[in-house]
Design a protein around this ligand. Structure first.
Ligand code: SF4
Ligand code: SF4
Length: 447
């Protein structure tokens, strides 16, 4: 850390930098285009070197580059399966022990003085550092959201989580509180926000860590884009993503179906993981080459930080199903609500993989029963949809009907599915109607 500033990490998550020497880095890391491949087989690469990215001199193009996490040799350049189950261009790097690194990215301004950051330059810097956000079904990619701007509105940074049992954003904020604060201020500045709210659960490790970090960096709480911590206490945290989803609808100018209100409010929701990536890039001048991933299997939860391109199988070493000692058969990318089954354990971690959930199939495949018309899915839906009818149409192959019923407006929060007493796979059917398949490429699961 430069200039006597505090350390970014406080050690909540483990770092596993070398669980695999062979990394498969795909050219589709999230919702944004990564640009064409910039290396060829046999090349030596340094850590931080661009593997996929825009043509030199064309940095204003929409792509978000991908950088090598390690120094080593490019041993393959050919399409490979990504964790979303789709083929994507990919570069395989065999790491060496030399640890050669490119020079840090140039930052023509002082990272700890947010008021000095020029907005256009800041957006360009974040893009070139490979910072990307979770896809939002209604608001588009991170850079579409930033460029659309908030016009003095509010940026909410979610340090609570996206679903029960998936605390990666809380752990990101608890492990890297200063980076979270700085990144939140930077994203707020890049989006033209008037203020930034950091949403935490009262008293959890993220609350404690962020409160301490804000006391050490008080200028982030009083600058042109002040960062405030908002403590959620009496809200069942299952409903947090649902509430955030409602706000996202409001930002997009969409109204909840059936609602008479729904006026657009200038608000945007980003994850703590995106804020950490932005904060680290600003302080270290280092692109995004690692990812914090939570691994949960049969009641055990670990948070590890690994290079992108690490095979999921290597993260599951030491995890068994708790019954037979075998590696769990069913592995989800994401959590139990929004996750999708991983078709092959050798598939690599990407920037948008925040969680691996492993379980015996019996835990996941509950017998599905007939709809009892209880209405819980309708009551829960933050988008005001009728999930039972959309799913029924999709299951009958009537995709046009399912879309007419609003499948494309689904925020993929998973609330309908988890509440259904008949265990109907509503979200899975709705995704099928929405995308023509179970999961959109790069889809990391909503908010
Ligand atoms: S996943 Fe279900 S509850 Fe959530 S927005 Fe979609 S239909 Fe509504
Ligand atoms: S929650 Fe399940 S059982 Fe109840 S109405 Fe919706 S689909 Fe039917």
């Amino acid at each position: 850390m430069k200039g006597g500033a505090p350390a970014l990490a406080v050690g909540v998550a483990e770092t596993l930098p070398a669980v695999s020497s062979r990394l498969v880095i795909t050219g589709r890391q999230g919702p944004s285009d990564c640009g064409p491949v910039r290396v060829k087989r046999g090349d030596r690469v340094h850590a931080g070197q661009v593997l996929f990215g825009p043509e030199p001199g064309d940095e204003t193009a929409g792509s978000v580059p991908v950088h090598s996490p390690v120094s080593g040799k490019v041993v393959d350049v050919q399409p490979a399966l990504g964790p979303d189950g789709d083929m994507a261009p990919a570069v395989t790097v065999e790491a060496d022990d030399l640890g050669e690194r490119v020079e840090p990215l140039a930052r023509p301004w002082e990272p700890w003085q947010p008021g000095q950051w020029p907005v256009e330059e800041l957006r360009r810097f974040l893009r070139m550092a490979g910072v990307d956000g979770a896809p939002c079904p209604v608001q588009g990619s991170l850079y579409e959201r930033l460029e659309r701007g908030l016009g003095g509105g509010t940026l909410v940074v979610n340090a609570v989580g996206c679903e029960p049992g998936l605390p990666s954003d809380m752990l990101e904020a608890a492990t890297y509180p200063t980076a979270t604060l700085l990144g939140a201020a930077a994203l707020g500045r890049a989006a033209g926000a008037g203020r930034v709210l950091l949403a935490v659960h009262r008293g959890d490790p993220a609350d404690e860590a962020l409160t301490g970090a804000l006391a050490e960096q008080p200028q982030l709480g009083t600058g042109p884009v002040p960062v405030e911590i908002v403590r959620l206490a009496d809200v069942d945290w299952f409903w947090v993503p649902v509430l955030l989803a409602r706000e996202a609808l409001a930002v997009a100018g969409l109204r909840r179906r059936g609602s008479r209100s729904g006026e657009a409010r200038p608000m945007m929701v980003e994850s703590a993981a995106t804020a950490v990536a932005a904060g680290e890039a600003l302080v270290e001048g280092w692109p995004v080459t690692e990812r914090l991933v939570t691994i949960s299997a049969r009641g055990r939860l670990r948070a590890v930080r690994v290079p992108i391109g690490t095979p999921v199988a290597s993260l599951l070493q030491g995890h068994d199903d708790g019954q037979t000692g075998a590696t769990p058969v069913l592995v989800l990318v994401g959590g139990p609500l929004q996750g999708a089954a991983l078709p092959d354990l050798q598939l690599p971690v990407t920037k948008s993989v925040s969680a691996i959930t492993a379980m015996p199939p019996a835990m996941h495949f509950r017998p599905e029963a007939a709809c009892v018309r209880c209405g819980r899915c309708v009551e829960a839906c933050p988008a005001g949809l009728l999930p039972l009818y959309i799913a029924r149409a999709a299951a009958a192959g009537q995709m046009a009907e399912a879309r007419a019923l609003g499948a494309r407006d689904c925020l993929e929060c998973g609330a309908c599915t988890v509440l259904c007493p008949s265990y109907r796979p509503l979200l899975q059917w709705i995704r099928l109607a929405k995308y023509g398949r179970a999961r959109r490429p790069g889809q990391g699961g909503g908010l």
